[in-house]
Design a protein. Structure first.
Lengths: 327, 252
């Protein structure tokens, strides 16, 4: 189908996405505003900042994860991050009760959550790459994914068990925490998260072209002189930090990374991460802000953001799949 | 010079490459032949550091492949395996441009662009330069990958069954191109080939493997004989001489 190829150049696509994203942010900031502007802007500004940060982290981590695994239907959540987050939340409430958990210093809880997720994934990588990594590392990457999935199932089962035996009132508290929510973001935590994400991005910046090579697959990357094992390890560390921070900040937003990454591949039509990554980030922010807008203005907060996103996202994803198989 | 010393590769006790020592001088076309499962591809992957060996060493011009930094080796040796699947949406030209990555790390210079143009021209890919890889036939894609490897412009070029998917015309053109690259630019080209007659007509040297070992090596006159072919493949063959080239007939 040469006719529909490259109708829009990547620059136009990125420009259009930026405009749409800015428009949605502007609408979100101003629509239905009653009362003092300085309060509204600060209040909504925090939400927007959180959405930008989470959108960025989710989009970048998903695209990079798909690049190193050479698979476009995987997300970092197969490594069990979301399930670990749910397990931590459940165990906290189960062990200490919702009253105590609510009175806990949010910074402490944030720190514990990020640390346990990063340590968990770090141990997993370390074990696979040093202990069990005797064969060629293509196999260990698959083994890593498999072990991650098995751990995810384990975490989910333990979580499910605890939630069944827990006090029903406590269960409601837990459940509330398990959906992504941008309405209770702590400004201090947001600033810390932003710093962490910025540090990771700066570290990854000089690898921008290496990512393009990694997407060619292991053999081609080694042939072109990329230290494949080290590069994959580095990307996995970046991904786990990004996912941990965004999950600890607002809760799990799994599906959505898969959606924006695939939409980005679809609209950009290039192999260059310098174009794909910004497109994915813009799409992620756009989706979050528009989703939140719909949630607040249409449903009047009577739903969870993930429900809105996953409904629209699910339809979009099915559309992509059907179109892809028709091609 | 490629220096392989007592290289062994084992998978859980199954020996695939069995103590191979081999010394390939720089320059010329070298073909690796042998039956399926003889260890040719594995040996090629080990030489090109895609696969770690269980024991032994490989040196390329004195550089140990397991310890030399990848980017240093990438300017000296290139490898193309079979079955290249790519997830990214790439045009032929994008793919070929990746061959310059070891030299310019993605920022193309005028010299790089010259190499890319030449590689596209040598492989008859100029009309396809803007096409996406997933819109090409298997043979066209194979040529695009070979163009990438040639564009890398390394002293040693290792190719695993480069004639896969190619029709007779393109297979002959490909072998002529390898011959020319070796003769005009002094490159060393190591090929895994299944068609022993292509190996016979275009190689300076043939290395025959069986059961993970090198069993024969030498110029085509020495290797393309009924005795050696029977020893390597276990088939009866007649060998004809035609215009100074030895052709093996093994179809009946």
């Amino acid at each position: 189908m040469p006719a529909d190829r490259r109708i829009l150049s990547p620059t136009v696509v990125l420009g259009g996405l930026s405009a749409l994203t800015l428009l949605s942010i502007a609408l979100f900031m101003t629509l239905g505003a009653r009362g003092k502007w300085d309060f509204i802007l600060a209040f909504r500004g925090t939400k927007v900042a959180a959405m930008v940060l989470v959108g960025y982290a989710v989009a970048v981590s998903t695209v990079l994860f798909q690049t190193i695994t050479n698979n476009r239907i995987l997300t970092p959540s197969v490594m069990g991050f979301d399930h670990l987050f749910r397990l931590i939340q459940t165990v906290l409430v189960f062990q200490f009760g919702s009253g105590l958990v609510a009175s806990l210093d949010p910074r402490l809880r944030f720190g514990v959550e990020v640390a346990s997720m990063v340590v968990f994934s770090g141990l997993l990588y370390w074990w696979l790459f040093n202990g069990a990594g005797r064969g060629d590392n293509r196999r260990s990457l698959h083994l890593l994914l498999l072990v991650g999935i098995v751990f995810g199932v384990l975490f989910r089962s333990v979580t499910g068990f605890l939630q069944r035996v827990i006090d029903p009132n406590e269960f409601l508290t837990v459940q509330d925490r398990l959906f992504a929510n941008f309405n209770r973001v702590d400004v201090q935590l947001l600033a810390v998260s932003a710093l962490v994400v910025l540090a990771v991005s700066l570290a990854g910046w000089r690898w921008m072209r290496t990512f393009d090579v990694l997407a060619l697959g292991r053999d081609a990357a080694i042939n072109l002189g990329v230290e494949h094992r080290r590069a994959v390890m580095g990307v996995l560390v970046m991904v786990s930090i990004l996912v941990s921070v965004s999950t600890a900040l607002v809760g799990p937003v799994t599906f959505f990374g898969l959606l924006v990454a695939n939409l980005a591949y679809l609209v950009v039509r290039s192999h260059r991460h310098a174009l794909i990554l910004p497109a994915a980030v813009l799409l992620a922010v756009l989706t979050l802000v528009a989703g939140q807008l719909v949630l607040e203005r249409v449903f009047g907060y009577n739903a969870a953001l993930s429900i809105v996103i996953e409904f629209v996202g699910g339809l979009a994803f099915l559309f992509i799949l059907v179109r892809g198989s028709a091609r | 010079m490629i220096d392989v010393k007592t290289v062994t590769k084992r998978y859980n006790g199954t020996v695939v490459v069995d103590g191979v020592s081999l010394s390939l001088p720089a320059g010329g076309v070298i073909s690796l032949i042998g039956a399926n499962g003889a260890g040719k591809s594995t040996l090629l992957s080990i030489i090109s550091r895609l696969l770690p060996m269980s024991s032994g060493t490989v040196e390329i011009d004195g550089l140990d492949v397991t310890t030399t930094p990848g980017e240093v080796l990438a300017r000296r040796l290139s490898i193309l395996r079979q079955d290249n699947q790519i997830m990214s949406r790439l045009t032929v030209e994008d793919l070929v441009a990746f061959g310059r990555y070891p030299h310019s790390k993605g920022r193309l210079t005028d010299e790089d662009r010259g190499h890319i143009r030449n590689a596209l021209r040598y492989l008859d890919l100029e009309p396809l330069a803007g096409r996406f890889l997933d819109e090409l036939s298997g043979g066209q894609r194979q040529r695009a990958f070979i163009a990438m490897v040639l564009c890398q412009d390394t002293e040693y070029i290792l190719l695993d069954e480069p004639l896969n998917n190619l029709d007779v015309k393109h297979a002959v053109a490909m072998m002529k191109l390898f011959r020319r690259t070796a003769d005009e630019f002094g490159k060393t080209i190591v090929l895994v080939l299944h068609d022993i007659n292509f190996a016979s007509c275009y190689s300076d040297r043939i290395v025959a493997m069986r059961d993970g070992r090198v069993v024969h090596q030498g110029p085509p006159e020495v290797i393309i004989t009924p005795e050696v072919i029977h020893d390597v493949y276990g088939v009866e063959a007649q060998v004809m001489e035609n215009a100074g080239q030895r052709i093996a007939l093994y179809y009946q």
